[in-house]
Write a protein that binds this ligand. Structure first.
Ligand code: B12
Ligand code: SF4
Ligand code: SF4
Length: 311
């Protein structure tokens, strides 16, 4: 059976839109440019080695699908999830940033592509690349000064995921990198970052100082961060540069209510009970992948300590 190319592109867009997702296609010929955008920074010594060594987003290519002709990049809106912890008669709210709970949306985007492309005889494989670079160069997003990318209708509260396919998408969306107009006269994220990771000396943030990095490499908070206001603002990572951003304001109102944890459950977590020692129900309720659990514990402790002091 032959499939009309336009019909395939149309079907992908239609299915993505059903879930509020946005997608762009980019020719595989741009893959070296995506890699080089990061490679150039590495050679200039502007990117901490631990970043690309830890996350491998930089030189990865389409080894899993050598016949790939197209890269599809997808942005999926994702609200903050607010969970509650009971402790000594008080309820403590804590926010989980969208990307820590994004697996479901990523799988759904993959399922959509599989349902359209595999049915038409094409293959689909995950593309592990520098996703913000790809999103901005494909025209899907623009950079904020905080180095997070903003998608119209989603702000920065979205997850990105990319795929290779041997289907030849007709549209090759490619342009120069772009920053948001809103950042021209605004420095709120720079002024609010508790680690000084966003600076005036360069556009690229000093990601090795970002709380997201510090917490994922070593659980806890360095003492110098604790001297800053609002250094503890999320149950995982940090959202300070998104909380203060005027472009994100409309999306901050959409908070998804997550589960509440009883005092008993809160104490188990606070006491650093190993992941394997938690009941299957509690693990399920926590929603995060087990590997991230040790990074959550110091945040919960700090969250409770901070609110107790204010009460
Ligand atoms: C490593 C990583 C981290 C590291 C480093 C982050 C960083 N800024 O590099 C740490 C752990 C700190 C981190 C933290 C967070 N991350 Co992260 N992270 C990644 C990962 C794996 C790679 C990022 C990357 O490519 N870095 C390399 C740098 C060089 O890329 P870049 O920032 O795009 O840099 C470009 C620009 O600076 C541009 N540029 C340079 N000079 C200039 C000048 C001008 C004028 C312009 C316009 C551009 C420009 O060129 C560079 C190369 O293209 C991606 C997933 C993936 N595979 O892509 C997720 C990802 C970027 N993270 C994500 C998120 C959500 C976060 C957090 C918000 C999580 C949180 N709340 O705690 C924070 C945000 C921190 C921040 N302010 O950036 C999302 C971003 C979604 C979005 N809307 O953009 C991603 C895409 C994950 C996902 N699947 O959705 N992250
Ligand atoms: S806070 Fe201001 S400078 Fe920072 S990303 Fe948002 S609009 Fe841009
Ligand atoms: S996530 Fe937090 S630490 Fe990282 S750049 Fe934004 S405000 Fe700074």
């Amino acid at each position: 059976m032959s499939y009309d190319q336009n019909a395939i592109a149309h079907k992908i867009q239609e299915e993505m839109e059903r879930f509020g997702y946005q997608a762009r296609t980019v020719s595989i010929t741009h893959l070296p440019e995506v890699q080089e955008a990061v490679g150039g920074l590495v050679r200039q010594g502007l990117l901490d080695e631990r970043l690309y060594e830890n996350w491998h987003f930089y030189l990865d290519s389409n080894k899993n699908l050598p016949e790939a002709k197209t890269i599809v990049i997808v942005a999926m809106p994702h609200p903050i999830t607010r969970v509650w912890f009971e402790y000594e008669g008080s309820a403590y709210p804590a926010d989980i940033p969208p990307d820590y709970l994004a697996q479901k949306a990523e799988s759904r985007a993959e399922a959509i592509l599989n349902s359209v492309l595999k049915t038409a005889g094409y293959r689909v494989a995950r593309a592990h690349l520098a996703l913000k670079t790809l999103a901005v160069r494909s025209g899907l997003a623009e950079y904020g000064r905080n180095n997070i990318t903003y998608v119209p209708g989603m702000g920065s509260f979205c997850t990105l995921v990319a795929f290779y396919t041997d289907w030849l998408g007709e549209e090759d969306n490619w342009r120069e990198t772009k920053a948001m107009k809103a950042c021209r006269d605004c420095r709120l994220c720079l002024q609010s970052c508790p680690t000084g990771s966003i600076s005036d000396d360069r556009f690229l943030i000093h990601a090795e100082n970002c709380l997201g990095f510090l917490q994922e490499t070593k659980p806890g908070f360095p003492y110098w961060v604790q001297l800053q206001p609002d250094w503890q603002n999320a149950l995982m990572g940090c959202m300070r540069c998104q909380f203060v951003c005027p472009v994100d304001k409309p999306y901050l109102a959409k908070i998804e209510e997550g589960p509440s944890f009883s005092e008993e459950e809160t104490i188990l977590i606070q006491n650093k009970t190993p992941w394997e020692g938690l009941s299957p129900e509690l693990r399920h309720k926590l929603r995060i992948p087990g590997g991230l659990y040790p990074y959550m514990v110091p945040n919960l402790r700090a969250r409770i300590e901070k609110q107790s002091k204010q009460e």
